[in-house]
Ligand binder design. Structure first.
Ligand SMILES: Cc1ncc(COP(=O)(O)O)c(C=O)c1O
Length: 410
């Protein structure tokens, strides 16, 4: 009897999987195609160069200034200030270097711990490790896909002790120095909540806004809650410089230090080459800034197109049972850098079938990053329970999100 029931359950499961698997994968393909049309292959995210890129690149070459100084860098940084409302913007070679430099400037050093989401791109954790510090992984919330302030607060209250030297992890005895929330796929994390937690435990707040240039939290550009925040201009971002990044900062002294450290800590004394500490050669080349300057001029267009694309995906997936389109959190305006859907928990087992089918048909989709605590390099790092991040990891799929797709099938 027991055996018979088990056999029946297996058959039923297989039947269900066959049906729902085929249906969900097919429905996903149909929903995506209803938004982006029949064209294939279609990549997850492609850049678009339809502005003054050639003009600024030519100006750059004609000037002879192609390296780490020049007018294009100044213009690029000025545009970043206008867009973000930050007081200082320092262009660097990539978003990872921006994170590293920010952590160093914030005073993160050897054997410090830094709170980072387990659900992030590896650069966030790598940059902490570059400082000789240890990433300490925290859970996310499904509403924002970013760090969960309430759960983090309770965890820190339960596991740390405060003293004159700051907050210490009771289990390791190490100081917890900073927190680096990340705005996943452009959706702003709960910045007010996280700032409160940072203040309660005396942590420096650094926003990893690599994916969120143009996103707003309660009307203001992200990157304004922390002491420092970082951007990436990698080829897959909403705006690209080929490779590049930037640091935003509102504190004059800290910004000065960031510039100094990122310019090999060279002292500005005429022709002499003096350096007062170990610095980094992280300045963005003028050539890359030329490309980025033209791209920034197109940012409003890119944002409008990407938000329109997201609207269409939201509409298309509203009719698909078992799949939920990930919308911007209330009180925010996201650039929807990467569109994402979440499978309802009972359909999580269909994720790979959907990934397999869409990619086989030339529609590039992908799962979210493997969580940081599963990576060999970070397996032994401290962490809280991560139920939400683990659930998101099992259920999330990113969809093609290039800005120009919005007009591909209008
Ligand atoms: C969340 C996050 N942080 C950091 C980075 C690092 O940026 P980069 O690739 O420019 O080094 C990226 C993107 O690549 C990212 O998505």
């Amino acid at each position: 009897m027991v055996l018979a029931r088990r056999a029946f359950t297996v058959v039923q499961d297989e039947h269900l999987q066959h049906l729902t698997g085929r249906t969900l994968a097919a429905e996903t393909v149909a929903a995506v195609r209803s938004v982006i049309g029949e064209r294939t292959p279609v990549a997850l995210h492609e850049p678009s160069f339809r502005g003054r890129e050639w003009q600024y690149l030519k100006e750059c070459l004609d000037s002879g200034w192609v390296s780490t100084a020049g007018e294009q860098i100044k213009a690029f940084e000025k545009s970043l200030l206008e867009i973000t409302g930050a007081r200082h913007a320092i262009a660097v070679v990539n978003g990872t270097a921006a994170l590293h430099l920010s952590l160093v400037a914030a005073g993160v050093g050897r054997d410090d711990e830094v709170i980072v989401p387990a659900l992030t791109f590896v650069a966030t954790a790598n940059a902490v490790a570059y400082c000789g510090a240890i990433p300490h992984f925290a859970d996310s919330e499904e509403r924002t896909l970013g760090l969960a302030p309430q759960a983090l607060r309770q965890y820190l209250r339960d596991t740390t002790q405060s003293g004159p030297g700051g907050t210490r992890n009771r289990a390791t005895g190490r100081r917890i120095r900073a927190m680096v929330p990340m705005h996943t796929f452009g959706h702003p994390a709960d910045l007010d909540g996280l700032r409160d937690v940072a203040e309660e435990f005396g942590l420096v707040l650094i926003e990893d806004a690599a994916e969120a240039l143009g996103s707003r939290y309660q009307g203001r550009h992200v990157g304004r809650h922390g002491l420092l925040s970082t951007l990436s201009f990698n080829g897959n971002k909403i705006v690209t410089t080929g490779g590049g990044g930037a640091i935003l900062c509102n504190d004059d002294g800290v910004a000065k230090r960031v510039r100094h450290l990122g310019t090999t800590a060279r002292l500005a004394r005429g022709w002499s080459f003096d350096h007062d500490e170990i610095g980094y050669n992280y300045r963005m080349p003028n050539l890359n800034a030329a490309l980025g300057r033209a791209q920034l001029e197109k940012l409003p267009e890119f944002i409008a197109a990407k938000r329109a694309l997201a609207q269409r995906y939201a509409h298309a997936f509203s009719a698909v049972r078992g799949i939920k389109f990930v919308r911007e959190p209330a009180g925010t305006e996201s650039i929807y850098w990467l569109n994402a859907v979440l499978l309802e928990p009972e359909f999580a087992a269909q994720r790979d079938a959907i990934l397999e089918t869409t990619n086989r048909l030339g529609i590039e989709t992908r799962p979210v990053w493997t969580l940081m605590h599963r990576l060999a390099a970070f397996r032994d790092c401290p962490r809280m329970e991560l139920p939400v991040a683990e659930s998101i990891e099992a259920r999330l799929i990113n969809l093609p999100s290039s800005a120009f797709l919005a007009s591909a099938h209008a």
